[in-house]
Design a protein around this ligand. Sequence first.
Ligand code: UDP
Length: 316
Amino acid sequence: MRAVVTGGAGFIGSHLVDAVLDRGWSVVVVDDFSSGLTENVTRYAGEPRFEFIEADICGDWTVEGPVDLVLNFASPASPPRFLERPLETLEVGSTGVKKVAEMAIEKGARLVQASTSEVYGEPQVHPQPEEYWGNVNPIGPRSVYDESKRYAEALLGAYHRLGLLDVGVVRIFNTYGPRLQATDGRVVSNFVHQALSGKPLTVYGTGRQTRSFCYVGDLVRGILALADLEGELGPVNLGNPQEITVLELAQVVGDLTGVSVSLEYSDLPTDDPTQRKPDISRARALLGWEPEVSLREGLLRTIEWYSANALPADAV
Ligand code: UDP
């Protein structure tokens, strides 16, 4: 078996590469390092089942030979990263997805698309089941990410219904773990890095907004379970339903790092969702999947990884 992982130098992509190689498969990574890291590719140097193509998925690139599965995980994903590159984010979620789909059609491969809980926008239904249509502000700054992911779902859903391509869509809720870059700008990477560096933890808004954080190992298991379920489009929510406020997260990070943390408040970003929690009934029923790693355990593993890996001096 041979898989293509676009965005394989990124956070979730690189964990997918590990999991695919662990299955004994070969893997081809397509990435342009626009947000991924070279070390996530050089890590596999000398591995004969690993190939790398340096390319923007929106540009010209080809994969030689047979492909059984395509995992499309190329996109800026954290709010600061997609907000600083709005046009590229729209392009990768539209032109890029189409190019990846055309490659999968040519190869006769199943394609699993990384979608997002951001398709629910500022949710009026809580927790969010897949049937909920969402409440996205189509003209706000976050729309570049939210709407391109919604477009990708629409495009790939059309291919699937036309019988042109076998697609599975995963809607990924907030995910964290080793390899989440300290400069990524997400709350877990910021808080862990800040606590370990003796800096105040930056809380946006009141800190009473909620999120539900899933450990990356659990997420990857769910993605591959949907990949294995040929013919199933989904979409399927993948996330950990354990919901906490940002302030509670700051407290837990303080406890686990053994640091008495101070907080520094600043403005809430525009259209930052007030609450978010996945309804994972569909993932349970279809995939027999649910998260196994608690927030404390996952954070401990993440803190350990941050402590063992040099942190860039200019990080948050
Ligand atoms: N957040 C925060 N401090 C930070 C980074 C993020 O308070 O240093 C908040 C952010 O406003 C949001 C939540 O934490 O309410 C999760 O943000 P993140 O960027 O991790 O993911 P999002 O769910 O917004 O995509």
